[in-house]
Design a protein around this ligand. Structure first.
Ligand code: 0A1
Ligand code: ZN
Length: 884
């Protein structure tokens, strides 16, 4: 590791100072090199003397030789920027230890020993937010994936499971609440205004699930009685003043617990479940056993400050972390290459949960949209990796949409092939077989295979091959027989030039054009490079509905006439397929437009078909508004770019905006009527009212595109009348993109109104950085100097810069200024928070798929980063691969 760029701890032991400098190119860790641990640690006891600037830790490990290990006498304890202040073996000061890089090696003679180690860390100086750090006056930990080694020396790998006893003491006024995993077993007062607490977690766990929190917190408390009759105390801990914004999180937690019992037969296993909201957090949330730690944005919600989307995100993330208690904690991962074992499965579980809580159809569409925007570009770029990667340099770089979202799709395919009941038999067997173990993806597949009675031999390729399979479909018709011919190719990805065909389960239906109906859906599994399937009894050529429900995470190439897409958009009884037909209509048109294949006549024809489909969507009486709103969303620019080998982001943006403006003009009266209808619906959290709010903003977006003055007038009125954040944010989003006097007025009002509310001020930054218009880069630069901006809070950094990096017009500005801005950010952020800095690299890494002038500037920016004398392992890996 290149530690030079990281804020360092005082080095007190000369052996640390002597350690060899880290190499420029970090070592590659390979899955095939896995070795079982030589030593196990059945028990750990940790004693923390807490202080914001100095926390002293005494760690006592009971270590035993692993019979399955390689028999070495050397105990390797990982460390990262810490120094051993004392090392004792079996109660005596030990001399027989040395440092190997950052790791502590201790030579042991017997079969079992007691190791005691003292360390000290400075939480306030920990800007990486890994290990023990300070956030807003409280102390908290983040240990996944390799943060525990920044607290104490330990075999910091997920296949070493230990029971933890924790004692912590600290100033009572500063840290009135002291929390750790498991149950509180004792507490009391100490000297000089201190107090202490002891916690014990009976469930063996890997070090990445350890957690501790100390601070001034208040709880929303409730109880849940499990199906087995266990009464569980539930607490959601927040800073005083925030407690009235925790009710939705609490309801989501209770709903998750119940749903997991009913759907997967999983019951909670402790008497206490704590959630803590912290303001500074690198990711969304963390599933530490019995003590989940969350970024505030996935806990706090009330109608005044949270949008409907925010509410859904809270519900989804609360569910996700809770579900990890079984898929992740009770059954954990053998090594980090198996990350998708817990993440892919848990994402699928949270998707199914959210679908059950709301609209299944809308949830599926949203999940596919995320996959296409975030994962497809990963799969087709320089950072492509299988859901079970083969190698890495920095594991933090592998918390990706591929491991999470494609991982979920892969397990979903197994469920589709088995059906929900047989799939459940498979998951029951998995939990039963591997409870208490550190398992592999192979263990999971085998359990589903055995439990569900599926042959998943060839299916395992989904775990080892990267890249989005490209499927072509052609439908021919002769006599009364329709024949569907399919081919597949899995594109080459870095390190994988040759690919084998994979089983691709496709739900298909053939529609009788006149009747407007199909005769039952079928599941066809394409498991060869090419195959064909016949369907009898069609007097006329049917209309094909394919990959219904997005049954496989593939790209389908099935060029078809607009009329068929209009037919499916109006008739398909699979809501996803309906959405897909709408998207297909627009994608086909815009791809042809940016490829210069449209003359005036074909452009007019294409627009007419899209306009007719939109008009039908706006008027369709059988559609609910949540679904209507979904169907109104145009395909994202990144998804359009994915359709082209090399894309011109400027052309894509211009064509998409032109289509929006045309739709806004063409359907002006329908859109205004829709907006008026939606404005009349009073606020409530029910589906009808949420649907009204969704179409309200979608209508506004199109109205503003067609008639900016009318858009500004309506948006400002909506902003002023808003009694909830969904309407207010929607209106402000539209205004932020307009060159109208109302823009500044509304932005200033928003900032004043929500001053001091960090989550809403994040929105204020994002809306401006994500806006349309020619001056966004200038504005982002100005916002970076705003007193509310800080580089040390990942939420704030993402609010401003992720929004800018995801804003095609700003990021791909023709003069390269957007690339320079993100490059500068990466260089400045890396020494502060390398994990967050590395997340900005993939945007620049797309250069190979961008037209040559911009591509050269993107590459140049990557080279400028690579030339930095010291870079974190995180950024180094991403930049090297992106240039590769
Ligand atoms: N396991 C968590 C994600 C997570 C990973 C790493 C972190 O370190 C900063 C934090 C959280 C999840 O899937 O929710
Ligand atoms: Zn997770």
């Amino acid at each position: 590791m290149d530690i030079a760029s990281r804020p360092s701890e005082p080095v007190e032991n000369p052996k640390v100072a002597d350690a060899a400098p880290a190499p420029q190119s970090p070592p590659v860790i390979r899955r095939e090199d896995y070795l079982a641990p030589a030593w196990l640690v059945p028990q750990v006891s940790l004693d923390f003397r807490l202080g914001a600037e100095a926390t002293h830790i005494v760690s006592r490990l009971s270590v035993t030789r692993n019979p399955a290990g390689n028999g070495t006498a050397t105990l390797r304890l990982n460390g990262d920027q810490i120094a051993p202040l004392a090392v004792r073996v079996d109660g005596r000061e030990a001399n027989d230890w040395r440092l190997d890089g950052a790791d502590l090696l201790v030579e042991l003679t017997g079969e079992a020993h007691e190791i005691e180690i003292e360390t000290s860390v400075n939480p306030a100086a920990n800007s990486q937010l890994m290990g023990l750090y300070a956030s807003n006056g409280m102390l908290c930990t983040q240990c996944e994936a390799e943060g525990f080694r920044r607290i104490t020396f330990f075999p910091d790998r997920p296949d070493v499971l230990s029971t933890y006893s924790v004692r912590m003491s600290g100033d009572k006024a500063q840290f009135p609440i002291l929390l750790a995993n498991g149950n509180c077993t004792a507490s009391g007062e100490g000297e000089d205004g201190t107090h202490w607490a002891e916690w014990h977690d009976p469930w063996p766990k890997p070090s990445y699930l350890f957690a501790l929190v100390a601070g001034d917190l208040v709880a929303n408390h409730a109880t849940f009685t499990t199906m087995g009759g266990r009464k569980v105390d539930l607490n959601i801990w927040v800073r005083p003043g925030d407690e009235n914004r925790t009710q939705h999180a609490m309801e989501s937690l209770i709903a998750s617990m119940k749903w997991d019992e009913e759907t997967f037969g999983r019951e909670y296993d402790l008497d206490l479940f704590n959630i803590v909201a912290v303001s500074d957090f690198n990711m969304g949330a963390m599933e530490n056993k019995g003590l989940n730690v969350f970024s505030t944005r996935y806990v706090l919600a009330d109608p005044e400050t949270a949008t409907d989307g925010d509410y859904d995100a809270v519900e989804g993330v609360i569910g996700h972390e809770y579900f990890h208690n079984w898929s992740g904690n009770r059954v954990t991962c053998r090594d980090w290459f198996q990350l998708s074992l817990k993440e892919g499965f848990t994402v699928l579980r949270d998707q199914l949960f959210s679908a059950a809580m709301g609209s299944e159809a809308v949830k599926r569409i949203e999940d596919v949209r995320v996959l296409r925007i975030a994962q497809f570009p990963e799969d087709s770029g320089p950072l492509a990796h299988p859901i079970r990667p083969d190698s890495f340099q920095e594991i933090s770089n592998f918390y990706t949409a591929t491991v999470y979202n494609k991982g979920a799709e892969v397990i979903r395919m197994m469920r589709t092939m088995a059906g929900p009941e047989r799939f459940r038999r498979g998951t029951d067997l998995y939990f039963e077989r591997h409870d208490g173990e550190a398992a592999t993806c192979e263990d999971f597949v085998k359990a589903i295979e055995d439990g569900a009675g599926l042959d998943l031999g060839q299916f395992r390729l989904w775990y080892s091959q990267a890249g989005t399979p490209q499927v072509t479909a052609t439908l021919s018709h002769e006599g009364t027989t329709a024949t569907l011919a399919l081919t597949q190719t899995v594109p080459a990805t870095p390190g994988q030039s040759e690919k084998q065909p994979m089983p691709i389960p496709l739900r298909v239906a053939l529609y009788d054009r006149d009747a407007g109906e199909h005769r039952g859906e079928q599941l066809v599994v394409l498991d060869k490079a090419a195959d064909s399937f016949t369907f009898e009894g069609f007097a006329k050529p049917p209309v094909l509905s394919i990959n219904r429900g997005f049954s496989a995470p593939v790209a389908i190439d099935f060029p078809r006439v607009d009329a068929d897409l209009v037919f499916l958009a109006a008739h398909d009884d699979d809501p996803f397929a309906r959405y897909e037909a709408m998207q297909g209509l627009v994608v086909q048109h815009l791809v042809a437009a940016v490829s210069g294949r449209l003359d005036d006549a074909t452009r007019a024809e294409g627009r007419a078909a899209i306009g007719a489909a939109y008009a039908a969507v706006l008027a369709h009486p059988a559609l609910d508004d949540l679904m209507r709103g979904e169907l109104m969303i145009l395909p994202a620019e990144t998804y359009l770019a994915e359709q082209l080998a090399i894309s011109d982001p400027g052309a894509i943006h211009a064509e998409r905006e032109a289509l929006k403006a045309w739709l806004g003009t063409e359907l002006a009266s329908e859109l205004r009527a829709l907006h008026d209808r939606a404005l009349a619906v009073a606020y409530s959290r029910d589906a009808a009212a949420r649907g009204a709010r969704k179409i309200k903003t979608q209508a506004l977006v199109l109205i503003a595109a067609g008639d900016p003055a009318e858009g500004a007038r309506r948006a400002f009125a909506q902003y002023q009348a808003a009694d909830n954040m969904t309407d207010r944010q929607g209106a402000l989003m539209v205004l932020a993109s307009l060159d109208a006097p109302e823009r500044e007025q509304a932005l200033a009002d928003f900032h004043r109104r929500y001053a001091g509310n960090a989550l809403v001020i994040d929105k204020w930054f994002s809306l401006q950085a994500g806006a349309l218009g020619p001056r966004v880069l200038e504005q982002v630069k100005a916002l970076a100097g705003h007193p509310d901006f800080t580089m040390t809070n990942p939420n704030r950094v993402r609010a401003l810069y992720m929004a800018a990096a995801g804003n095609p017009r700003a990021f791909h500005a023709a003069n390269g200024e957007g690339y320079r801005m993100i490059g500068d950010l990466i260089r400045r952020l890396d020494p502060i928070n390398p994990q967050t800095a590395a997340r900005f690299v993939p945007a620049l890494g797309r250069w190979r798929r961008i037209e040559p002038v911009r591509a050269a500037m993107m590459r140049e920016e990557l080279e400028r980063i690579a030339a930095m004398p010291s870079l974190s392992r995180d950024v180094r890996e991403q930049v090297t691969k992106s240039l590769g």
